[in-house]
Design a protein around this ligand. Structure first.
Ligand code: MG
Length: 369
């Protein structure tokens, strides 16, 4: 099984029902990049990377495609057997840019799974469950309206809600946390996500003004250093999300004891293979975490779910997928969908999803003979 051709596509994913609003950015449409690796024995493996606009992280769609252009020619003719060897080949072509390499890593695992006749979750160490919890993100919005959506989503079966705050008056953020708690109480676990948008002072005020409400406080401030200063000064558990830009950042946060859990994004961490390392580091310290990505279609969704299935369920904070916010699916027959707040783990070999032939139009770039 050798790589014969690599096709690169872009897919526009408009946000359903308007704008997706976070402290750091408003998003109306996403530019997703898909990698299709075709082998000499007729298999096709897929990978995807979809930065949530150019300002959420130091990642962007054009950057992903430029990185892919550096890497792809060097992979033609490579055997799909050792994921570690393929990772080394990518590193020999380009330093860094893990979010672009992540798309290749997904496609390699998809191919290897198809060849061996096993789902990707098996290649990641083995599934512990056949169904993983999802969680719902409540975008930055007015308190009463947000509380109503929260109640509806709990009724729909979501076991966890994430309340987005920041980028506005503290008063409104405090009100939204109280209103959501009044609406759902203990029926759902709560995360309050500042998406890096708060000062340390604002985070401390919000913590104190919402003292009795059990939530985890996700990435309130911009840097890991700012968040480190919250240790011992806030009473809510603090999770890191955007600050975990690579494996080393996770190791640093764990060893410094400044994170009580994490929101992990598969492409940001450099792909599924790298995610297994941070998953195992978290297991050593009993740290909960999610298995998400910032955005993306069915390929990324499947990748997140395969990984989530390998995490000890009591520490699994859920898999966030963009399905609630985008129209349609890449794979009509086997879409990755949320039902009653949970997602079935694909059981077919590889990632278990295949984009409909021709749906992305002509490749934006092609590599190979
Ligand atoms: Mg987050």
């Amino acid at each position: 099984m050798r790589i014969d051709r690599i096709n690169v596509y872009s897919a526009q994913l408009p946000v359903k029902n308007g704008v997706y609003r976070m402290a750091s950015a408003d998003v109306e449409a996403l530019d997703s990049t898909l990698v299709e690796i075709v082998t000499d024995d007729g298999f096709a493996g897929w990978g995807e990377t979809c930065p949530i606009g150019p300002v959420y992280q130091p990642h962007h769609a054009l950057g992903a495609r430029a990185a892919i252009a550096e890497i792809a020619p060097g992979l033609i003719g490579s055997e799909i057997a050792s994921i570690r060897l393929l990772a080394r080949q990518m590193n020999e072509r380009l330093n860094g840019h893990g979010y672009a390499k992540a798309a290749f890593d997904m496609a390699f695992l998809d191919l290897l799974g198809q060849k061996l006749g096993v789902p990707v979750s098996t290649l990641l160490g083995g599934a512990l469950t056949d169904r993983v919890p999802a969680y719902y993100s409540l975008i930055v919005g007015p308190p009463d309206e947000t509380a109503k959506v929260a109640a509806d989503k709990v009724k729909a079966g979501y076991p966890r809600l994430q309340v987005k705050i920041g980028g506005r008056d503290l008063e409104e953020d405090v009100a939204v946390v109280h209103k959501v708690w009044e609406a759902v109480g203990y029926k759902a676990r709560l995360a309050v996500d500042g998406n890096r948008g708060m000062t340390v002072a604002a985070a401390m005020h919000l913590d104190r003004l919402c003292q009795a409400i059990p939530f985890v406080f996700e990435q309130p401030c911009n840097t890991m250093d700012e968040i480190a200063t919250l240790k011992g000064r806030v009473t809510h558990p603090v999770y890191l999300d955007e600050s975990t830009e690579d494996q080393n950042a996770v190791l640093r946060a764990i060893s410094l004891g400044i994170a009580d859990g994490f929101g992990f994004k598969v492409t940001r961490l450099g792909g599924l293979t790298k995610m297994t390392t941070v998953r195992d580091l978290c297991a050593i310290r009993s740290l909960p975490h999610s298995c998400d990505d910032a955005w993306g279609g069915d390929i990324i969704a499947a990748a997140c779910v395969h990984l989530a299935a390998t995490v000890e369920p009591r520490r699994m904070e859920g898999a966030w997928i963009a399905q609630e916010y985008i129209k349609g699916h890449f794979d009509q027959k086997h879409p990755v969908v949320i039902k009653q707040g949970h997602i079935a783990v694909p059981q077919r070999s590889g990632l278990g999803v295949k984009p409909e032939p021709g749906m992305f139009g002509k490749p934006g770039a092609m590599y190979g003979p």
